[in-house]
Design a protein around this ligand. Structure first.
Ligand code: ADP
Length: 179
């Protein structure tokens, strides 16, 4: 059985902090100490336990912060999930192709989630908010990378899209990838 048929990729329009999954991926920043967008929403709803673990990470292995394209897990606090996987997307640049870093966010987050034993993983559209990545290209990279990389024990990868425009781009990207 191929990876493609083993893992279900689903699209949901909504708020990633309202999902019931094993792992929620956070579009964090390198400080790991919170920010706006998805990051702010996760810390608000997940409560102070997540930030406390992030601070411990900064005090130990991640003294310099988390590098772009990398991922690290903490508790999910009060979210209806077991873990938050924090990853740092690249800031969009018209001058430089940073796609490999965005791919790395999806790939590395999936690996971290799989190592923890996650069967269901929710992703936001990493880098497409404050970091300015065009939604069509961000969706293409997200879908392509997840279809190529998701493997057992992960059974479902759910993209949680905040608005209709993002949902439409992911729907298009998924249809194109499956064609
Ligand atoms: P980045 O800094 O990586 O660009 P953002 O959090 O600013 O991350 O935005 C990433 C994407 O997540 C954007 O498309 C934004 O509209 C969307 N988003 C913001 N809040 C939420 C949320 N609560 N649930 C799901 N998606 C969200």
């Amino acid at each position: 059985m191929s990876t493609l048929s083993a893992v279900e990729v689903t699209l949901v329009r909504g708020d990633i902090t309202r999902q019931t999954v094993d792992a929620v991926v956070n579009a964090a920043n390198s400080s790991l100490l919170g920010g706006g967008g998805v990051d702010g929403a996760i810390h608000r709803r997940g409560g102070p336990e997540i930030l406390a673990e992030c601070r411990k990470l900064r005090a130990s292995h991640y003294g310099g912060g988390l590098a772009t394209g990398r991922a690290v897990a903490t508790t999910a606090g009060r979210l209806d999930a077991r873990w938050v996987v924090h990853t740092v997307g690249p800031v969009w640049s018209a001058a430089e192709d940073r796609s490999a870093l965005l791919e790395s966010c999806y790939r590395t987050s999936l690996r971290v989630a799989a190592e923890l034993g996650a069967r269901t993983v929710a992703f936001p559209a990493i880098s497409t908010g404050v970091y300015g990545w065009p939604m069509d290209d961000g969706a293409r990279i997200a879908v392509r990378t997840v279809l190529a990389e998701a493997a057992a024990p992960v059974e479902e990868v759910r993209f949680v899209l905040f608005d209709a425009a993002a949902y439409d781009e992911f729907e298009r990207a998924l249809a194109a990838a499956r064609a």
